[in-house]
Design a protein around this ligand. Structure first.
Ligand SMILES: [Zn+2]
Length: 109
């Protein structure tokens, strides 16, 4: 846990947040600034700064995040119509919170 990390504060309960899903690896909650009708964040419980900081051991975390995103898309009935999964990497790539997270967006008509 990082003291000044917003997502670590969410994970510790310091910032109360409604989870749409939780398991031992990650949690899912809504982006507070959605850019699509459905905009979820898949956030690992382990503090990893960005994609640039991933180690070989983190591979199973990333694959679990993608599987969770896929399952959330199914659950929200946007799997068939289609969705996007993406990581913003570093400031130039649009990363605002430096705790790894996967964006799931979709739900367009
Ligand atoms: Zn963190």
């Amino acid at each position: 846990m990082e003291k000044d990390c917003t997502f670590c504060k969410i994970l510790s309960g310091e910032i109360p947040t409604a989870y749409l899903f939780e398991n031992d690896i990650a949690v899912v909650f809504k982006d507070i600034k959605p850019i699509a009708p459905v905009h979820l964040l898949i956030v690992p419980k382990k503090h990893i700064r960005s994609v640039n900081d991933l180690t070989a051991d983190d591979g199973k975390i990333v694959s679990a995040m993608i599987t969770i995103a896929r399952d959330m898309a199914k659950k929200l009935s946007i799997a068939a119509s289609g969705y996007k999964l993406f990581f913003n990497v570093e400031r130039g790539g649009g990363q605002v919170i430096f705790h790894l997270h996967l964006h799931l967006i979709g739900g367009w008509k």
